[in-house]
Design a protein around this ligand. Structure first.
Ligand code: PLP
Ligand code: COI
Length: 354
């Protein structure tokens, strides 16, 4: 039984939409006129509000800032061919949000707060959903610990916020990536499967170093042996080897991507075999060299389906096939886009029309 929230709305005095340049929308920089906020206090969620997007007053002692009790999600709303707006697979992001919350010893959020918060924000800022091809409204639910206490223990209060960001695709060109064998993103028993702030901050220095060496991104390998491929910076990994999609299996060191799951289901429905298992660096390199590896790509909500054009391992660069020749990933990506934008039938029931 899902209750209907009472959401207090304070409208922005002035809409910034008319002065927003939709031909220049770098990912994550422009926010719509409003945001949804809610508080967890005394063991319950309360104060559901739509407010003008803007600063939130808070104590500099909040434990999110000091100890990183903070989690987030990323999902997208798409302008439909019939003019409506649909959010893609929000139920999966909701489930993962609470999985992350549990791992970080944070309060879970009720489904109605997550879903009705999204619906209320889209409803008020619908005019911001881009209509341009491959553009979308990126939704960013975030929850952080707000106890103004320096003791190291789970907070008893939290703030939940949803932001909306009209966005262009995250990566605009095929990626040159480095297989990372020194730094690690996560290890067994750690928090790799949680979408928590610290997973991203710890990746910054290794990523900046790789970018200084001329790479676009890193591929993380397992912490124990640096022998198996795990995922990319903000996306899961897929390869086409001998015509089959091969992807690292989901384990506690990897984020269980919604796009990954979606592509697996679509690929199977389109007759492509999928293997979810450990994928060693050696297997990938051998199959590049013998010509069996024909496609490599990264998949994520922000990243969508981004081709990988070059892989570097221990200083040696392996040139992959020309992305323009890749029919498996591009065929699935097209079907996925057609479903997201309401161009083709949503046979899996993934679109939530708002
Ligand atoms: N892995 C990491 C570390 C990510 O940040 C993301 C992005 O959300 C993904 C994988 C892909 O997950 P999803 O497809 O749910 O966006
Ligand atoms: C997403 O794809 O939603 C992400 O979270 C990636 C983000 C860290 C840029």
């Amino acid at each position: 039984m899902i209750d209907t929230l009472t959401i207090k709305t304070t409208k922005a005095g002035h809409s910034r939409l008319a002065e927003t340049d939709y031909t220049d929308l770098p990912f994550g920089k422009v926010f719509t006129d409003h945001m949804f906020v809610a508080d967890y206090e005394d063991g319950e969620w309360k104060n559901f509000e739509i407010l003008p997007y803007g600063p939130i007053p808070m104590s500099p002692a909040i434990s999110a800032l000091h100890y990183g009790q903070a989690i987030f999600e990323g999902l997208k709303a798409y302008k439909q061919a019939d003019g409506g707006v649909s959010v893609f697979r929000a139920d999966k992001n909701f489930a993962r949000f609470n999985k992350s919350a549990t791992r970080m010893a944070m309060a879970n959020i009720p489904e109605e707060v997550f879903m009705q918060g999204i619906a209320a924000l889209i409803d008020i800022d619908k005019a911001w959903v881009p209509a341009e091809e491959n553009y979308s409204l990126y939704l960013r639910p975030v929850m952080f610990a707000t106890d103004p206490v320096l003791g190291v223990r789970p907070s008893s209060t939290y703030k939940f916020v949803i932001l909306a960001n009209p966005s262009a695709p995250y990566y605009s060109k095929p990626l040159k990536v480095k297989i990372e064998t020194h730094y690690t993103r996560s290890a067994e028993g750690g928090v790799g499967a949680a979408k928590t702030a610290g997973n991203y901050s710890r990746a910054m220095l290794p990523t900046v170093e790789a970018q200084a060496e001329g790479f676009d991104q890193l591929i993380w390998t397992d912490a124990k042996e640096h022998k198996y491929l795990e995922e990319s910076g903000a996306a899961n990994l897929m390869f086409v080897i001998n015509g089959k999609i091969v992807t690292p299996e989901v384990r506690e060191t990897i984020l269980d991507g919604v796009t990954r799951d979606t592509i697996i289901l679509l690929a199977k429905s389109m007759g492509t075999e999928v293997e979810e298992r450990r994928v060693s660096i050696q297997e990938v390199l051998d199959n590049i060299e013998n010509g069996s590896l024909t496609e490599a790509f990264a998949v994520g909500t922000a990243a969508t389906v981004t081709q990988i054009s070059e892989l570097t391992y221990e200083g040696k660069t392996y040139q992959l096939t020309d992305p323009a020749t890749r029919t498996v990933s591009t065929g699935i990506a097209k079907k996925l886009n057609d479903i997201r934008y309401g161009i083709t039938a949503d046979e899996f029931g993934w679109n939530w029309s708002i």
